[in-house]
Design a protein around this ligand. Structure first.
Ligand code: NCD
Ligand code: ZN
Ligand code: ZN
Length: 416
């Protein structure tokens, strides 16, 4: 049993307490029982849900592992994480899915819901054994990290996933158009003399995939949308009634191609950082509901890898610990607390068809207590993630998680 005192529910002023028992919320303002933790006046919400993180197990544990990645997630206020299968080997076997789930359960950190590969080895040629992967506990199917070049294979995958009631998520970039681009294609890439990746690589692929949704009627989730045009295509598709959802990442809202003037591979990410107009358009999509949810695409690499030349370094930015503070600090006023929390809790649950997160008695005791007011400097040395560097190092952010509880157990406490 665990009681958290001195917390506020969103939109309420009075301090309250919540008691959890056997992994669920027992009730509010009950006589304190069991372990008692002081919420320090913070705002309590259902723990955040991440639909897109690279935790690098199995096989790439120099970048991240389940323990560091799920600790980082808990520190970021997340209670549930969907991990991407572009590991070594690729997560395309039921036994691997089971092993990941089992390993994560022993850690007492955020809950792990592994995504499995859509195709064997993520090669895009043959479908993986989707039914068995589902039975093993796979949360969704995706070849993220790769693009699905063969439309016929994706079509078959969509038909199969539809019959299983599962979501497929896609990294929507046309590989041929993207080519060896390391940043957004445009005047800035030309000025810098760097190979560009055009907006049309994303828009063309989203357009194709939306036609496959129309053809199959299957649920498709478009990952990390970065361009205004692709977002407009999703908006049109939704107006047509297609069962498509999409996510946007905080890095595409807060950084632009201008960051590449540093020639620092810290800012090398796929899809690339775009223009301010794209970022503004994506924010508009959050406000008007076109964007279903936020996701970080936490993509850790080693410092040595990210210190390579821009042309050779791997793609990816890792910041699951900063996502809420970053969004709250930069866009809290525009979005409002309720909308922002929805985008990071109930909205991802809706995308997945999971039960709505709740603060009511009987709901799972997956909770986060947020300090919405106090500014703190981003110090990557303190990250739980193995990737202890950040585009936001030294910035002052507010909205830091103080406490994350998963299944009634403390998964993170600031200062521990
Ligand atoms: N986003 C990235 O830049 N990198 C991801 C792959 C991906 O999400 O496609 C990674 O695995 O490092
Ligand atoms: Zn991707
Ligand atoms: Zn990814």
């Amino acid at each position: 049993m665990l009681t958290i005192t001195n917390i506020k529910r969103p939109g309420r002023d009075q301090l309250e307490s919540v008691t959890t028992e056997n992994g669920v919320i027992k009730g509010w303002n009950l006589p304190a029982e069991g372990e008692v933790l002081d919420g320090q006046g913070g705002t309590v919400a259902p723990a955040l849900i991440e639909l897109h993180a690279h935790l690098r197990e199995p096989g790439q544990t120099e970048k991240e592992d389940l323990a560091s990645g799920l600790a980082a997630a808990a520190a970021g206020g997340y209670g549930t994480v969907v991990s991407m299968p572009n590991t070594s080997p690729v997560v395309d076997e039921p036994a691997t899915v089971r092993a990941l789930i089992e390993q994560a359960e022993g850690l007492g950190l955020a809950r792990l819901r592994p995504a499995a590969a859509l195709t064997r080895g993520q090669k895009g040629e043959q479908l993986a054994e989707l039914a068995f992967l589902k039975d093993a506990g796979a949360a969704m199917f995706t070849d993220d990290g790769r693009t699905n070049e063969n439309a016929r294979v994706l079509r078959l995958g969509l038909e199969y996933a539809r019959s299983l009631g599962m979501v497929i998520s896609v990294h929507a970039e046309d590989a041929g158009l993207r080519a060896d681009g390391v940043m957004n294609e445009g005047p800035v890439s030309e000025e810098l003399g760097l190979p560009g990746n055009p907006w049309a690589a994303e828009a063309a692929r989203v357009a194709r995939d939306l036609e496959l949704v129309a053809l199959t009627g299957a649920r498709l989730h478009v990952q990390h949308l970065s361009t205004a045009r692709a977002l407009d295509l999703v908006r049109e598709a939704k107006a047509r009634g297609l069962p498509v959802t999409c996510e946007v990442c905080p890095h595409h809202l807060t950084l632009t191609e201008e960051a590449l003037r540093s020639f620092d591979a810290l800012y090398k990410v796929a899809p690339p950082l775009r223009t301010q107009a794209d970022a503004d358009h994506l924010l508009g999509g959050l406000l008007d509901g076109t964007v279903d949810c936020l996701a970080t695409d936490h993509a850790p690499h080693t410092r040595a890898e990210k210190e390579r030349d821009l042309l050779d370094a791997p793609f990816g930015i890792a910041y699951i610990e900063l996502a809420f503070p970053l969004m709250w600090t930069r866009f809290g006023e525009r979005l409002g607390l309720e909308k922002l929390l929805d985008l990071m809790t109930a909205a991802p649950a809706r995308v997945m068809g999971w039960p709505a997160p709740s603060l009511e008695a009987g709901a799972p005791a997956d909770l986060v207590v947020l300090d919405l007011g106090t500014e703190r400097e981003v110090n990557p040395a303190e990250f739980k993630s193995k990737a202890k560097f950040s585009p936001w190092a030294g910035e002052r952010l507010k909205g830091w998680p103080l406490l994350t509880v998963v299944g009634g157990k403390v998964a993170f406490r600031r200062g521990d």
